[in-house]
Ligand binder design. Structure first.
Ligand SMILES: C[S@@+](CC[C@H](N)C(=O)[O-])C[C@H]1O[C@@H](n2cnc3c(N)ncnc32)[C@H](O)[C@@H]1O
Length: 308
């Protein structure tokens, strides 16, 4: 494994990574956050694989994060339990779609998302997981070590989402004639504006009537550079991402807020922010500085539905 050396983490067209470098490390970091959430007595989700991913990757800061957690001293960001709420939101999205009879799910930028192994999918559901090859290879290695079996027909599709992923998805068996449940969770900041538009166009093209998409993306009220400024102001070494500035991996370009993009193309949309999710899941939010409140309100957890 490459060591966590942020110096070499500048972004470029066609860049690639493993699980402890560049954008791959963000997948490991959010897995650590899910491991921490899963241990809480009032956990919003239980991801039994999250800690195994972190332990297997062997990155010292994240191992410390999950084993010697000292939450009250982490930065105000982590008081918000954002990862627990975000994970619960996407879990419910997929289970609702499956309960409504949607038999295909596509997890774009799956990272260490373990839904294909931990959700109670109804019979007959196929889940496609798309991410870079080294990320998926690491994940499959941990599943093999754990003797873990998927709870659906899981198909890992190793591909870069800036490339021709629809071709790779078709090759894996995806049927554009059937409704699909799509997710883009923790992905959009890492794509250039043109790649984001292309991603949305491809989702729309491949979506039969009745398809749904759950997307985490900016509301448009706060630019990425403002987001980065607030993040940098409060970042603490005790945070999951510690000394690493993940905002350096973002593409800070003008992008169409996803709610606008999908609404304009005939999808019904519902956008919730962190505070809406907190109300929904009964999470009490501590007092946080105004700029953090603003930042937490600037991200949408969006459900888009293409009428049947
Ligand atoms: C913050 S992680 C989120 C992972 C997962 N969705 C989750 O919430 O746990 C970002 C993920 O996006 C993936 N990713 C970002 N850009 C990508 C690209 N161009 N092609 C494939 N995967 C990409 C990374 O490999 C990483 O797994």
């Amino acid at each position: 494994m490459t060591s966590t050396d942020q110096e070499s983490w500048t972004r470029s067209d066609g860049d690639s990574w493993d699980i402890v470098s560049s954008v791959g490390y963000t997948a490991l970091g959010v897995s650590a956050q899910r491991a921490v959430e899963s241990e809480r007595p009032d956990a919003l989700i239980v991801d039994q694989f999250a800690k195994h991913f972190v332990l297997a990757a062997g990155e010292p800061h994240l191992i410390e994060t999950i084993t010697k957690r000292d939450a009250p001293q982490a930065s105000p960001f982590e008081y918000l339990r954002g990862m627990g709420m975000r994970s619960r939101f996407f879990d419910e999205f997929f289970l609702d779609a499956a309960a409504a009879g949607i038999k295909q799910a596509v997890i774009l930028a799956a990272g260490l998302d373990s839904r294909a192994h931990r959700l109670a999918w109804p019979a007959g559901v196929t889940v496609y997981e798309l991410d870079q090859p080294q990320v998926l290879a690491f994940k499959d290695g941990v599943y093999a070590e754990q003797g873990a079996a998927p709870t659906c027909d899981r198909r890992a599709v190793a591909v870069d989402l800036r490339d021709d992923w629809p071709a790779a998805l078709a090759e894996a068996g995806f049927d554009p004639g059937q409704p699909t449940a799509w997710s883009a969770e923790g992905l959009l900041p890492y794509l250039p504006a043109t790649a984001q538009d292309l991603l949305f166009e491809r989702i729309a093209e491949l979506s039969a009537p009745g398809s749904r998409a759950a997307i985490e993306g900016p509301t448009g009220t706060l630019g990425m550079s403002q987001f980065a400024k607030v993040e940098q102001k409060y970042r603490s070494e005790k945070d999951t991402f510690g000394k690493i500035d993940i905002t350096g991996l973002f593409y800070d370009e003008e992008k169409t807020p996803p709610i606008e993009w999908f609404s304009a193309r005939g999808w019904n949309t519902e956008g919730l922010d962190m505070f809406d999710l907190a109300d929904r899941y009964g999470v009490e939010h501590p007092e946080v500085p105004e700029d953090i409140r603003e930042l937490a309100g600037a991200m949408h957890y969006l459900t888009c539905t293409l009428p049947a």
